[in-house]
Write a protein that binds this ligand. Structure first.
Ligand SMILES: Nc1ncnc2c1ncn2[C@@H]1O[C@H](COP(=O)(O)OP(=O)(O)OP(=O)(O)O)[C@@H](O)[C@H]1O
Length: 308
């Protein structure tokens, strides 16, 4: 269980994390979502003591990370996959880490196998692709068999097979009762991996709820309808509480009345024939964009290089 209370981080006049409260429960995958600059990495760095909160607290299983005497056994962390000595092989990097915690060498081979690094384990890390680097970061996070995993953008750079593997790994670890906290800026990815989401925007919690609830709240389903007489159908639907907009000639977009009810109303009216009836659901990404719409710090008209 990870718990944050009034957690705040300011860099000069910039408030990166703005007094947030949340808890990440054990036994399920919790996704940490938010647009670029929302404060996800800063929050994760504070959880593992790499950044000091300006105010507020964050604990893992009731204590602060700094108090763990053997942190690799408590918390597996993937924050910056490139933070590895480039001249070392993957195996030697993991062995060096293992030695700090008296972890047996056989466990190094186990995590190499688990993360699919067997064929490159003895190659120097500086030749690694982004995806291989991510796998090595995940191997390091798993090394101490920790009860808590904090993974910042773990699927970054992975191919589709790798993405699927991380998804299954995260779910499997949570099913064993571990606390699994993953960040991403992709709603579609998180919705397939996490059961619960914490959505951040400009350093504040915008939503903290099960995935299904967040999607249901953000969704704004409509029905596209064509009929033999669009104007009559329009009047009929408005009479029954529908909100109707003309999309193009003869086509209506209807909110507030479900497709089966629209068909029933038309059938009950004399010579009003439905030609098209298409329910339109918001995609996951649209639901997420709606939720974070006013909280995007770097909208698309600004480039990443303008950001810093
Ligand atoms: N060391 C720092 N000094 C100054 N500002 C910082 C520092 N680290 C982060 N920030 C700022 O704090 C805000 C939150 O950044 P953070 O990296 O935590 O966001 P994020 O949600 O992880 O974004 P991304 O998805 O782009 O990684 C941003 O405005 C960022 O520019």
């Amino acid at each position: 269980m990870i718990e944050a209370h009034s957690l705040t981080k300011r860099y000069g006049s910039k408030t990166a994390v703005d007094g947030i409260d949340f808890s990440v429960a054990a036994g399920r995958v919790t996704g940490f979502l938010g647009p670029n600059g929302a404060g996800k990495s800063t929050t994760m760095r504070m959880i593992v003591g790499l950044d000091r909160p300006t105010s507020g607290t964050v604990t893992i299983n009731g204590v602060s990370y700094a108090t763990f005497r053997a942190p690799l056994h408590e918390v597996g962390v993937l924050l910056d996959a490139k933070a590895v000595h480039p001249g070392r092989s993957a195996r030697n990097h993991l062995r060096a880490l293992a030695a700090t915690h008296r972890i047996r060498p056989a466990r190094v081979d186990e995590v190499i196998g688990l993360t699919g690094l067997d064929s490159v384990a003895d190659k120097r890390v500086n030749g690694f692709s982004l995806g291989m680097g991510q796998r090595l970061g995940l191997a390091a996070a798993l090394l101490g068999d920790p009860a808590t995993l904090i993974l910042d953008e773990p699927v970054n750079g992975l191919d589709p097979e790798g993405v699927m593997w991380v998804r299954q790994l995260a779910r499997g670890l949570a099913a064993e009762g571990r606390t699994v906290f993953l960040s991403s800026h992709l709603m579609s990815e998180m919705a397939q991996t996490a059961e619960h989401l914490i959505v951040l925007g400009r350093g504040r919690v915008l939503a903290d709820a099960p995935v299904s609830e967040i999607l249901a709240k953000a969704s704004d389903d409509s029905v596209l309808v064509r009929a033999s007489d669009a104007d009559r159908l329009n009047a009929l639907l408005v009479d029954h509480g529908g909100v109707v907009a003309h999309v193009e000639t003869g086509q209506l977009s209807v909110r507030g009345i479900a497709a089966p009810r629209i068909a029933e109303l038309a059938a009950a009216a004399e010579s009003l024939v439905i030609h098209e009836l298409t329910p339109v659901s918001k995609s996951l990404e649209e639901a997420y964009m709606q939720l974070t719409r006013d909280e995007v710090e770097y909208p698309a008209s600004q480039t990443r290089s303008e950001k810093r």
